[in-house]
Design a binder for this molecule. Structure first.
Ligand SMILES: [Zn+2]
Length: 72
């Protein structure tokens, strides 16, 4: 949601800053390190598959920074 999230005591608004990308294995839920691009994040999948044959389903996660502001 680009407009933010409103709660009783505070609102979460989009903060400045880049998205953060990570890869996650869908078999064991392990996550790779944070990266600045999806391509860089998904490189972890290659290493993870080498270490865990059969773990062959992954997700690309991207996260957005938010800042909490008081509503009072
Ligand atoms: Zn795994």
């Amino acid at each position: 949601m680009s407009g933010g999230y409103r709660f009783a005591r505070l609102v979460l608004v989009r903060a400045r800053g880049p998205l953060v990308f990570r890869a996650q294995c869908e078999v064991c839920a392990e996550m790779g390190p944070q990266a600045v691009t999806g391509d860089a994040a998904m490189m972890w999948a290659v290493l993870h598959l080498d270490d865990h044959p059969g773990h062959d389903r992954f997700r690309e996660l991207s996260s957005t920074p938010y800042r909490a502001e008081s509503r009072s």
